[in-house]
Design a binder for this molecule. Structure first.
Ligand code: NAP
Length: 484
């Protein structure tokens, strides 16, 4: 199988925060890989912008070091890296000051795609948007790309949307949720809407429940001060997990078109039921043998921020009434593991005398590691001894199915940046989608803040707090194991 790489139009991509962690770890290594793949043409340029008074050479040296650190060794051909770095330019700009903007304007070219990546603290988004507009650097064809977090509640998200909309139309705004750029996540849409097999049974009548798990082994480490203002609900559920839930639960869009897809996702978010305190479990990891607990990394010894959350979510519409979605995500868990597991109901009537071995069909979509899908099906246990049942996986690990091409699958950032240049917003969050997600999330957070709820401690390296087990036990169900 040969990957098809279609070069994108010539672009000038300005990365505000071009010297920061995200730019060095993800954005520029991603662009380098797209360059190697032949997707970025010879005239395209990447312009770093930050306050530091770097020369172009200093910026290229910084990015060279980043490529050495973050790109696999077998992709570090010196001639390739030098050729890529020649596309880089740099302008010193402070988002809050007026100097530097004229220099930026002077180096941008007419008649090429102009995109501005805001890889800076969200507090600067408004300043950047305003100055880009005031200095006549953007026109109707320009795009801006925003990193998360997009607000910390409905009020702040609305205010940010209102500020941006003073200077840019919705069609120019690309709000990144990098989960949507993951190959497997997009595959959810292909699996659901390009196969007849699943759709007829994709409903409460046949699906018992859905589990969405995003487990990390890392703790908050040096990010305690930032994380204390966020927590798992704001950091993971309001955005990434909500997107996964939408892709599982949405109605088929009429076309694979940005607004058609996003219209259907918004409908799911609006149909989410309010949840009670009994349907939420929050946890905070405790000190382990070698490392402090959450509290030791936080700057507040009384922090009530959750590093783990589990929720039972219900969607009030015809398709899903009666099928709960259980969401859980946390730090310092047993394994780095993300999956969506769709558990089907039992057949209406068993024809087998010994139905003891019966287990439900489960469709498991693994997001990491080993991206792929598993469909657990019942078969006859081989050999004599009557009709005994056993469960086996129909396993499709994408790396096996795609062979060598699996190595060339672009990572989330690569794909999303190329989509910005192509002008395709399908995998970016629309303003109303973000607001709808906050509108559902806000009362939940306000509820535990008003009650003064304290998260339950859990051991580092475990699968989360005890109460999370109860959340499913009460419903006669169990969480799937968190494992590599
Ligand atoms: P960072 O390492 O602190 O870098 C911040 C960048 O912004 C630096 O290049 C900095 O350079 C520049 N900057 C700071 N103040 C500025 C100003 N007034 N005007 C112009 N440039 C300014 O931050 P980061 O981790 O890269 O994160 C950037 C954004 O991505 C944040 O919104 C963050 O929430 C989001 N994000 C990051 C990650 C990640 O893995 N790092 C993941 C998801 C989302 P100077 O100091 O020279 O100005």
């Amino acid at each position: 199988m040969v990957s098809r790489v279609i070069p994108v139009d010539t672009f000038d991509l300005v990365i505000f925060g071009g010297t920061g962690d995200l730019a060095r770890r993800k954005i520029l290594p991603g662009l380098y890989r797209r360059y190697l793949a032949g997707q970025m043409n010879a005239d395209s340029r990447i312009i770093g912008a930050a306050r530091a008074k770097n020369t172009v050479e200093q910026f290229r040296d910084l990015i060279h070091a980043a490529l050495v650190e973050f790109v696999p060794k077998d992709r570090q051909e010196p001639a390739d890296m030098a050729a890529f770095l020649a596309h880089l330019d740099y302008v010193a700009i402070d988002a809050k000051e007026e100097s530097g903007w004229t220099n930026l304007k002077a180096i941008l070219r007419p008649n090429v795609v102009r995109a501005f990546y805001f890889s800076v603290a969200p507090a600067l988004f408004g300043d950047l948007a305003e100055r880009l507009h005031a200095h006549h650097i953007t026109d109707a064809g320009s795009r801006i790309v925003l990193e998360k977090p997009f607000g910390r509640d409905l009020i702040s998200a609305r205010a940010l949307n209102a500020t941006l909309s003073k200077y840019f139309s919705e069609a120019q705004i690309y709000r990144i949720d990098h989960y949507l750029g993951k190959e497997t996540v997009q595959n959810l849409m292909a699996v659901r809407f390009a196969n007849i097999l699943f759709e007829p049974i994709w409903k409460a009548q046949y699906i018992d429940h859905v589990q969405i798990t995003v487990a990390e082994t890392m703790g908050v480490e040096g990010r305690g001060a930032y994380y204390d203002k966020s927590g798992a609900m704001r950091d993971m559920v309001q955005n990434h997990m909500m997107q996964l839930l939408c892709l599982i639960a949405m109605e088929p869009p009429y076309h694979f078109d940005p607004d058609a897809v996003r219209d259907e996702k918004v409908k799911v978010i609006r149909a989410l039921q309010p949840i009670t305190s009994a349907e939420i479990v929050r946890g905070q990891y405790l000190a382990g043998k070698d490392d402090g607990g959450y509290i030791e990394h936080s700057q507040d010894p009384n922090s009530k921020t959750e590093s783990y959350i589990a929720l039972k979510v219900e969607i009030a519409n015809w398709r899903w009434k009666g099928t709960p979605f259980y969401l859980r995500t946390g730090k310092k868990l047993r394994a780095r593991y993300s999956e969506i597991a769709i558990t089907f109901k039992e057949p209406p009537h068993s024809i087998f005398d010994d139905a003891n071995g019966w287990k439900p069909n489960v469709l498991v979509i693994r997001l990491q590691p080993n991206e792929g899908m598993n469909l657990m099906v019942m078969i006859k246990e081989p050999g004599p001894g009557g009709m005994r049942l056993m469960q086996v996986p129909l396993d499709m690990t994408f790396a096996d199915a795609l062979g060598a091409d699996a190595d060339d699958v672009p990572d989330a950032y690569e794909r999303l940046i190329m989509d910005v240049i192509r002008g395709n917003q399908t995998l970016f969050m629309r303003g109303d989608e973000v607001e709808a997600a906050w509108a559902w999330t806000d009362p939940i957070i306000q509820g535990w803040e008003a009650r003064g709820d304290r998260p339950q401690g859990y051991d580092a390296g475990s699968s989360g707090p005890e109460d999370a087990l109860m959340l499913l036990h009460r419903d006669g169900r169990r969480w799937r194991e968190i494992k590599e």
